[in-house]
Design a protein around this ligand. Sequence first.
Ligand code: CP
Length: 361
Amino acid sequence: MRSFIDIPDFSKDELLDLMVLAEDIAQSPEKYAESCKGKKLATLFFEPSTRTRLSFEAAMLELGGSVLGFSDPDSSSASKGESVSDTTRIVSCYADIIAMRHPLEGAPFVGSLSATVPVINAGDGGHCHPTQTLADLFTIKREKGSVDNLTVGFCGDLRYGRTVHSLISALSMFENVKVVLISPEELRLPEFIRKGVLEAHGMTYRETRSLEESLPELDVLYMTRIQRERFDDVTMYERLKDSYVLTLEKLNLAKRDTCVLHPLPRVNEISVKVDADPRACYFKQAENGKYMRKALILKLLSKESLSSTENNEMFESEKHYCANPKCISKTEQEITNYFIKDKKDNIRCAYCEVGAIEKED
Ligand code: CP
């Protein structure tokens, strides 16, 4: 059985196949109206959401299935102290597939280890958000014709922006993609993506603070919200929250066919006046998310995925511990400390990908 926890769970060919299926679903939704008849999707949302939860639910309903779940963890037994692992094990008795969002990094992965149905990561803390990436890739494909040979700029909160981490991971599978990272110093891309993905795959990238200077070279501009809920220091959030605002005047520095994306919700980082510009693709991006989530549900519930045996390269170690205080390994009861080796032999936590620390003797 396969889950979808992070982008590398799928090959490039599988991502391309999902886009082909999503296009067919978008063109001919009636063909798929009974594809999930009798199947149930559980949406376990321990954090707020509009697009991800509702597009998952709409996707399953449009496939002829049903939905159950919660959008407020206080209404679930998590509020009584139930572990993530027990929650997904129990929900597996009631549903055929689970979509989970959680504030702790690695929580959906932990859930997938005890679940007996496929688990989809619908966003885990500041770590990753692979189904948003499906929406992003499909939008880029539809707007630009291909994901290859593009210069993609990421602007804003690259540290906590989980959608940025997952999209860079996906772009590393495509040909000749150049990345421009536009952020304040405090919100630079974390090491597990900079070294673990960009450098490990030999991708061309540069870091800058200037949106204006970068705009003329971009084929895709990916704006992000400064993630207030991830900051430990409120004064730092207040200082950084208005770092970048895309206005029509600034957009005029961009190419005539630059595609402007944003995972949404936005606060003030894109002026509403930009919405009417043909380069603004973020509302189409939200709609495209539903088609890709329909394709994903169909893939994970296919006989082939349900019968596959996953080959995970993680290992147990008593000599290491995870350095990330926001990792699920810090709160989940009696969790096994699993680690992975990245392409440069660095040891990282298997749950959140943050570098592991070796214990002193
Ligand atoms: N893009 C995204 O994840 O939006 P929601 O938080 O509304 O689900």
